[in-house]
Each structure stands twice: as structure tokens, then as C-alpha cells.
Write a protein that binds this ligand. Structure first.
Ligand code: ADQ
Length: 756
């Protein structure tokens, strides 16, 4: 998989350099007497990203937190890593003691971390935290700018660096900036607690792309933007347009290096290690495992309470079940110091209560265990317990699955961890319900072998198919799509009008005009969108010299009446009904011989019926949301929601999505400007109509198509190479753009001068 990723990067990103920015560094140099030792932190984030940069090369910008860090870098604060096989550059950002206290331990860990994990009583805010958070973010952004080249792609990580994207954007408009948010994003009722909710959201909206772990966090983020900022939100496309910049949001569930864990766990070294562990602790019976940073959100206390209750309720498991808790101390400050003490106190209490002879119920290892050694614990454990009260993903769950080469273990997973979204086959628990939790441990221990294997087999297939390389590759694909978009060369037409002039043989033009958004502005009520008299008379004048067709998603009758010019060609219903100037015509598409006429098409009885059925369901599902207008145009339909109060947009999209499930096979649903357009999957689009009209009424003529919407892109594509597309607003599919309907009129007047 790593090779496939490498090939993808070489093919698509060979001109670009990747810069990863995170708070934690992947390699820490620590002084140990006269020596300098290298450590790798235990966090999921760093282990995942190190793998990526090893494969792609590039730069990693991070806080130089180690006591020996300054001694090993060059004059630009850089060092190449990993030490055993230098493959990329690590650039260190230096933070003084105040910044460490206020930016890291303060704002990051006492405000954003507990806030996003909905542990509001642990949120502790001081003004100086925020001031230094801003300063630290500026330092990180400056370090990026020192290393960035013209073609750099910046990939920022996590909650420590929310302001970096906006700082970079203000300096470099053209830079591709993506962010991955590793922890949960809470809903607005929680996020509003943040005194800097506006600044945090604005900082993040400097990104082109923000990745979250699961769709719920995407939705929560959009809701927060909706409540806090005056931004344009497209729930269907998951984009936010704020101050002219578009940010795309998407869920990318992070994963682990399946092959690495699988092969480490299968090795003879691991088999020998398992034997050693069994001998050392005199292990008999079932084994449970917990592997965590000593972090309150991982809810070790809830887990221990459940284990305590388990032994209290099911005494027969005394001496028959041993739980090994491996916990690496983290962020050694308050509240973590007290948390560690509470955890250790509870373990002593449980061990004091149930120990029998040399057996004790909990073995506690409070140190870091390298992955190559950790796999032995994972492989030998009959059950792994993950009890987070909230968690972005939780990589331990996936590491356990990847290491379960004998497929006999069972994963108990908190339903509040992001991993629960994907890991079907895990036994889900609510960590707050310790009775149910303890009962779940019992169920797992007595579970038939067959069921255990089936569950673990399924889980392993899942994690194998969606490993860390798939995660990276999904994000990089999205970044490449952004790159393509950024490289669009759509020119302002009036700056290049001579270029167009040279190309046109004036009386050989065929002009195509979209209606809404092109001839009329987009307004709240589509039924009030009428063409101005001025616009009408320019078109009518022009029509005397060149053929013109108006192409619209509206019904044919509607579009003819609104435009109000006789004796002209019209295509309504996205090209599915065509009027030749005198009558509705029977069309046969040159490429797809589908016979199509005004009334529901005879070749599509099923689709016709399905559209009506879908609309019927939508009418019921959306009936309580004020401002929705369902426009049934016979062959196609539009759901307008421009008038819906932004507060209810989220609900509208959710309900629409639920109802649309299963219909995608038959119906093509596209999002326009505050509208969903619904068409039978094999119905014509505007491109089909344009091709047919040219063939039948304008052979040899050069098409010019002016449009503003996603549905016009089919037409732009259809005339590519043969004619000229003009978009209202910059777009990917056309060579030229105009800014608004006033400029369309100006252009038509210019045409008039050319042809008359
Ligand atoms: P974490 O909360 O740090 O990060 P988590 O997913 O719980 O990440 O993974 C922890 C990592 O640390 C695992 O790779 C595990 O093996 C390792 N680890 C834990 N205890 C250890 C020990 N005693 N010795 C050695 N290694 C140990 C955040 C989010 C998560 C999200 C990750 C990745 O909070 O929800 O899954 O980022 O995006």
C-alpha cells in the first residue's frame, strides 16, 4: 500500500512539496548525561504522520520540545529524520517557558481539549492563555513561511494550531492549506462556551480543506459556523464560503498501519514475548488489555469501575480473568497528576479487594511500551477494553484488531469513540453505564469461539481495507482535486474580449443562454425571477441576426412565458423538453438515441414513477420546515430552500439525505444555488440539449454558452473545443467569466455591435 501511495504522490504531487505542521514533533532529542537520546512520542498523531513523510519526503514543522533538540539542528533549526534512514526535514519551532505554559498547557490543553471532549467542568480559561496561543500560532506560521516554496502544500494538524491557516492565507492567497482535526468537534451548544469561538472558526476557515474523523464532527462544525459567522454554508457539498474563500469539509477516519501490526504480531519474536509475559506474571485464564495515555477522556476510571463491578457480580471469574492496564503518563501537569493518582488508587483498591494468593486482578504497567513489544499484549489478550467518554477515533482499537492474528479476541469499544462509527463487530458499550459495561465483559468472556472469530474476522477485513495509507491517500486525493481547481485559468471576459472577437465569424454564431442567475439575478422566490425589459429587448434584437436558445431547468412553458420572446428556441426541464420556435419537437439525441418528449417519457416509466414517489416522500418529510418549495416539473423536479431559515438548514439536509437513500440508482441529484435539482438518471442534461439543437438547427455554427450553475457545466463540456463557454463567476469548465447579469447584458450589447 505504501508503494501505491508513493506512486500516487510521484504522479500527482511531484511538483509540490508537502509541509506537515503539528505541535508534537516526531523525534525528540533528549539529553542523557553526555549523550543525546532520541525518543518517539506515544501519540497516535505522530506515529501516523511519520509514516507518511517517510514515504513522500518534505518538511515537518513542530515544537522543539526536547532538552537536546537545539544541539542537533542546523542554522535554520532543521534536522533530517528518521535517524536510521533520513528521508525528510524536521524544522523546530522554539517556544519559551511562558508560551509552553499558556499556549500548550493553557489554551490547548485546558480550553480546547476539554471543550472538544465535552468535559466542560475541566475548561479553565485565562486571558494570557489566549494571548500566547496567538503568539505561538504566529511562530508556527512563520516557520512554515520560511520553508515554503511556491508549490508547497501545507497540512496542519489538530487543535493547537487553529490560527495557522488564516495567518498563512493572509500571506499566501494561492497556497493549498489543509487541516486534520484529530479530536471530536462538539455541537454548538458546547462550542459556544469558547470565549474565542469566532476567532477559532475564522482561523480554521483559512484552510481549503478541513478533515474530521467522522461525519458527525463535520456536521457539528458546519452548525457552529452557521450560528457564529455570517458565512454561506452548503450542507450538501459540505463547504463554507467565508469572506470570499471556500473551505471544504470532509470526514476521513484515521487508521493504523495494518500490515505492520499484523506482521509484528505474527513474528516469532512476539510468540516468545507472549510466553515471557505469561511466565513473568504467572498468567492463567482470560486476559484483558487496556492501552492508553493516562488521559481522563480515555475514562480509565469508568473502565476500572466496570471491572470492579464485574468481579463483585461474577465472583467465579476471580483468578480466571486478569486485566493488564498499560498506561503511559502524559502532559504531567494538573489535572493529569491527580488523575494518575486516582487511577492508581482505584487499581490498588481493586487489587486489595480481589487478589488471591499470587493472582491479582489488575496488572498495571505505567510506562511506554514500544509497538514492537505492545503487539504481544494485543495478540495474547482475549479482550481489549476501550472506554473513552469521547474520542476522535482511538487508534488502540484498530491496533488491537490488526494484531489479532489468531482472531480469537473481542474488542469492547465505547460507543462514544469515533472508531465505533466504523468498527462493526466490536461490542459497543456506553462507558457511563457501568452495570451494562461489566455485563458486557462477562458476555465477551463466555462468547462462543465461533462468534468471536466471526466478529474479529470482520473487523480485521475492515481495518485491512481502510488502513493508514488509505487515509492518507484519501486526503491527498482531495488535495490534488483542490490543486486542479486552483490551477483553473478562467479569464475575465472583458479583459480578453479581443481574443474572443478574433475567433468569431460573426454570423456563424449560435448563442445559448441559461435563465436564472444568467439573465436574472438569483432571488429568494424563484417564481418572482423575471427578465428585465432591457434584457429582453437586447435578446430580441440579437435574435434577428443570430440563432438563440434559452436553456433552463424550469419547465418549458414557464421558461417561454418568462423570457417572453416568440419565435426562439427553448429547452426546458434541463433539456428534456425542446421548443423549436413554433412547436414542441420530438428529439433524438445524436449520442444516446433516447426518445424524449414533454410528458413523462415512455422509455422511462419506472424513473417517472420513482420521481413522483420520491417527491411524495419529500413532501411529508419536509412539510414542517417553512420556506421549502418543491417544484414538480413532470420529468424533473427542484427543491428550493433559499427561503428556509439557516437554523433549519441542517435538519433539511439531513432529512433530504435520509429520504434520498436508495433513490440514487434512479435519480441524479445535484446542488445548485440553494436548490436540489432532481432528474432521472438517464434523462438528458443541458449538454445533450445543446448538442442536439446545434445538430438540428445550427450545423456549422460556433456555440457560445452563457450560464452560472452546476447544471450548466454539462453544456460547457458539450461545446468544449467547438465553442466558447462563459460562466457567471469563476468556474473550472469555462475559459471566460463575467461577474453578474449586468455584465451579461453588456456582453450581449457588444455582440449586437459585432453582428449588425
Ligand atoms: P490520542 O488520543 O493520543 O490522539 P489514540 O488514538 O488513543 O490517540 O492512540 C494512542 C496511541 O498511543 C496509539 O498508537 C497507542 O499505541 C499509543 N500508546 C498509548 N499508550 C501507550 C503506551 N503505554 N505505550 C506505548 N504506546 C502507547 C488523538 C485523538 C484520537 C485519534 C488520534 C489519531 O485523541 O482520538 O485517534 O489522535 O488521530
Amino acid at each position: 500500500m505504501s508503494e501505491i501511495l508513493k506512486a500516487f504522490v510521484e504522479e500527482n504531487l511531484s511538483e509540490e512539496t508537502l509541509i506537515i505542521v503539528s505541535n508534537r514533533e516526531p523525534y525528540i532529542h533528549k539529553k542523557a548525561g553526555l549523550e543525546i537520546k532520541i525518543e518517539k512520542p506515544a501519540s497516535g498523531l505522530t506515529s501516523a504522520l511519520d509514516n507518511i513523510l517517510r514515504a513522500t519526503g518534505g518538511t515537518w514543522v513542530a515544537w522543539g520540545s526536547g532538552s537536546g533538540d537545539r544541539e542537533v539542528v542546523n542554522g535554520r533549526s532543521c534536522i533530517t529524520v528518521p535517524p536510521e534512514n533520513p528521508s525528510y526535514k524536521l524544522k523546530r519551532v522554539w517556544l519559551n517557558q511562558n508560551l509552553i505554559e499558556n499556549y500548550y498547557h493553557g489554551y490547548s490543553n485546558q480550553v480546547l481539549w476539554p471543550l472538544c471532549h465535552i468535559t466542560l467542568d475541566r475548561v479553565y480559561f485565562r486571558k494570557r492563555f489566549w494571548e500566547d496561543y496567538m503568539k505561538a500560532n504566529i511562530s508556527f506560521a512563520n516557520a512554515v513561511l520560511e520553508e515554503a516554496e511556491g508549490n508547497s502544500i501545507v497540512w496542519v494538524h489538530d487543535y493547537h494550531l487553529c490560527l495557522v491557516p488564516l495567518i498563512l492565507r493572509q500571506k499566501r492567497q494561492d497556497m493549498i492549506i489543509a487541516h486534520f482535526w484529530h479530536i471530536p468537534w462538539p455541537d454548538w451548544s458546547v462550542f459556544r462556551v469558547c470565549p474565542q469561538s469566532k476567532e477559532i472558526l475564522e482561523g480554521l476557515l483559512g484552510n481549503d480543506l478541513i478533515g474530521f474523523q467522522i461525519p458527525l464532527f463535520v456536521k457539528n462544525f458546519l452548525d457552529c459556523v452557521k450560528e457564529r459567522l455570517n458565512a454561506d454554508i452548503d450542507y450538501h457539498q459540505s463547504t463554507v464560503t467565508y469572506r470570499g474563500h471556500i473551505t471544504r469539509l470532509k470526514a476521513f477516519p484515521i487508521s493504523v498501519d495494518y500490515e505492520k501490526f499484523n506482521s509484528m504480531a505474527s513474528s516469532q519474536r512476539t510468540e516468545a514475548a507472549i510466553k515471557k509475559i505469561r511466565d513473568r506474571y504467572k498468567l492463567k485464564g482470560y486476559i484483558g488489555i487496556g492501552v492508553d495515555r493516562l488521559e481522563y477522556t480515555k475514562a480509565l476510571i469508568k473502565r476500572l469501575q466496570a471491572i470492579n463491578l464485574f468481579f463483585e457480580r461474577y465472583e467465579r471469574f476471580i483468578k480466571k480473568f486478569t486485566f493488564i492496564q498499560i498506561a503511559v503518563p502524559t502532559r504531567m501537569k494538573e489535572p493529569y497528576i491527580s488523575y494518575k493518582e486516582t487511577v492508581e488508587g482505584l487499581i490498588s483498591k481493586i487489587n486489595g479487594r480481589y487478589s488471591a494468593g499470587i493472582w491479582k486482578p489488575i496488572i498495571y504497567i505505567d510506562e511506554k511500551v514500544e509497538h514492537k513489544d505492545l503487539v504481544a499484549y494485543y495478540r495474547m489478550a482475549d479482550v481489549a477494553i476501550i472506554s473513552s467518554v469521547y474520542d476522535g477515533m482511538n487508534l488502540v482499537a484498530k491496533e488491537y484488531v490488526a494484531s489479532q492474528v489468531d482472531e480469537k479476541g473481542v474488542l469492547i469499544l465505547s460507543e462514544l469513540a469515533g472508531a465505533a462509527d466504523e468498527l462493526e463487530g466490536a461490542m459497543l458499550v456506553n462507558p457511563y453505564d457501568i452495570e451494562d459495561f461489566s455485563e458486557c465483559i462477562r458476555k465477551v468472556l463466555i462468547m462462543p469461539e465461533k462468534e468471536k472469530r466471526e466478529r474479529m474476522g470482520g473487523l480485521r477485513r475492515l481495518v485491512r481495507g481502510k488502513d493508514i495509507y488509505k487515509w492518507v491517500s484519501d486526503i491527498l486525493h482531495e488535495i490534488v482535486a483542490l490543486l486542479l481547481k486552483k490551477n483553473i485559468k478562467c479569464l475575465y471576459l472583458f479583459d480578453h474580449i479581443d481574443e474572443l472577437k478574433k475567433r468569431l465569424v460573426h454570423n456563424k454564431i449560435f448563442l445559448f443562454l441559461d435563465y436564472d442567475g444568467t439573465l436574472t439575478p438569483i432571488i429568494e422566490s424563484p417564481d418572482m425571477a423575471f427578465i428585465s425589459d432591457d434584457m429582453r429587448s437586447v435578446i430580441a434584437g440579437l435574435k434577428r441576426h443570430i440563432p438563440i436558445a434559452v436553456i433552463s431547468g424550469r419547465g418549458l412553458k414557464d421558461i417561454r412565458e418568462r423570457t417572453g420572446i416568440d419565435d426562439m428556441i427553448y429547452a426546458g426541464n434541463h433539456g428534456n423538453e425542446i421548443w423549436d420556435g413554433e412547436k414542441t419537437v420530438t428529439t433524438t439525441h445524436p449520442l444516446r438515441p433516447i426518445h424524449r418528449m414533454g410528458a413523462p417519457c415512455p422509455e422511462l416509466p419506472v424513473n417517472g414513477h420513482i420521481l413522483q414517489e420520491f417527491l411524495g416522500k419529500l413532501k411529508i418529510a419536509l412539510s414542517h420546515i417553512q420556506g421549502v418549495f418543491i417544484e414538480d416539473k413532470g420529468i424533473t423536479a427542484s427543491i428550493h430552500f433559499r427561503k428556509v431559515n439557516p437554523k433549519y438548514l441542517g435538519e433539511l439536509i439531513d432529512r433530504f439525505r435520509i429520504e434520498a437513500k436508495g433513490y440514487e440508482k434512479y435519480l441524479r441529484i445535484t446542488t445548485g444555488k440553494k436548490v436540489f435539482d432532481i432528474r432521472p438518471i438517464n434523462a438528458w442534461n443541458k449538454g445533450d440539449a445543446v448538442s442536439w439543437i446545434i445538430k438540428n438547427f445550427g450545423e456549422g455554427r460556433t456555440p457560445i454558452y452563457i450560464g452560472d450553475d452546476l447544471t450548466d457545466e454539462d453544456a460547457f463540456k458539450a461545446i468544449r473545443g467547438a465553442g466558447t463557454g462563459i460562466c457567471i463567476g469563476v468556474c473550472r469548465e469555462t475559459e471566460f467569466y463575467l461577474t453578474d447579469q449586468g455584465e451579461v447584458k453588456k456582453f450581449l450589447e457588444w455582440m449586437m455591435e459585432q453582428v449588425s
